[in-house]
Ligand binder design. Structure first.
Ligand code: AMP
Length: 290
């Protein structure tokens, strides 16, 4: 596995690769969730490139950019074990007076986009730069950041990046907490309270499986379960899956999505709820009697 930190070496290493190239962009502090993306890429492609870069342009002025965990040696070991061929660790990626930005408008508007102004503009811009530098055949994102995955899928399609975007399932700790680089900020008490997030999503799934389709009802179940344990509910919403639009009743796949603060740490998680085809639909699909 090769490690490079400047654009010239990256382009040179990339040019030496024949066949398909998978790419996994990360901010480091890697865990089993990241490893699952690298492993998937290594299975699907001849070569796999990982980037490790804590991207300043996606952090707000009061967010955790300066204290974001940086664990390069352990990250490189994880990349090696997961099957990466090349790791790109730039110190910086922007000109001092960088002035070109990508705004994906509608997908970035609600949820994390509304609460973290400028965040998705920073994400889209840095990922577009990586796409141009790495020129991957396939790129891998986690469902854990569902809005981000949706945004980057939209960007790749609308800007004609010649690559395939693949979204991979959320990897969880044994007790259900979604893995996140930010979990290491949590005190033991906060870590325990953070479990309410996956528990709440599980409860929503159960209610949905029993037939509940009313979004207001499900959202108020989420609000009250979370409110009892976390320090602030940033949002707890059910949105149409295909475009994150608002709905009243669940009649098509939706995202049940949560962002909360536990202590000073902001955590997110989500699940997709998919209504089964109704009796009518399956009867229509069945073979007609002669
Ligand atoms: P980050 O380092 O937080 O920017 O994440 C890099 C990539 O890893 C993103 O595509 C994330 O969605 C993905 N990722 C982060 N946590 C998980 C997880 N628990 N399961 C699956 N993918 C994840």
């Amino acid at each position: 596995m090769k490690v490079v930190s400047d654009k010239v070496s990256l382009r040179k290493a990339r040019a030496s690769f024949k066949g398909t190239v998978g790419f996994v962009p990360t901010m480091g502090a890697l865990h089993a969730g990241h490893a699952s993306l690298v492993e998937r890429s290594a299975r699907d492609n001849d070569r796999t490139v990982v980037s490790i870069f804590v991207n300043p342009t996606q952090f707000g002025p009061k967010e955790d950019f300066s204290k974001y965990p940086r664990t390069l040696e352990a990250d490189l070991a994880l990349c090696r074990k997961a099957g990466a061929d090349l790791v790109y660790t730039p110190a910086t990626l922007y000109d001092k007076d960088h002035q070109t930005w990508i705004d994906v408008e509608n997908v970035a508007a609600p949820l994390c986009g509304e609460r973290r102004p400028g965040h998705f503009r920073g994400v889209a811009t840095v990922v577009a730069k990586f796409f141009n530098l790495v020129q991957p055949t396939r790129v891998y994102f986690g469902q854990k950041d569902a809005q981000q995955a949706m945004l980057l899928t939209t960007m790749a399609r609308e800007l004609d990046f010649p690559l395939e975007v693949i979204t991979c399932p959320t990897v969880r700790e044994a007790d259900g907490l979604a893995m996140s680089s930010r979990n290491r900020y949590l005190s033991p008490d906060e870590r325990k309270r953070a479990l309410v997030i996956s528990r709440t999503l599980h409860a929503v799934q159960t209610l949905f499986d029993k037939g509940e389709r009313d979004v207001d009802k499900l959202e108020s179940v989420m609000e009250s379960a979370l409110g009892a344990e976390v320090d602030r509910v940033d949002y707890a919403e059910i949105r149409r899956w295909r475009d994150l639009g608002e709905i009243k009743m669940i009649e098509e796949p939706v995202l049940a999505t949560i962002a909360v603060f536990v202590g000073n740490t902001r955590l997110i998680d989500n699940i997709v709820l998919t209504p089964k085809r109704g009796k009518l639909a399956s009867r229509q699909g069945a073979k007609r009697p002669a």
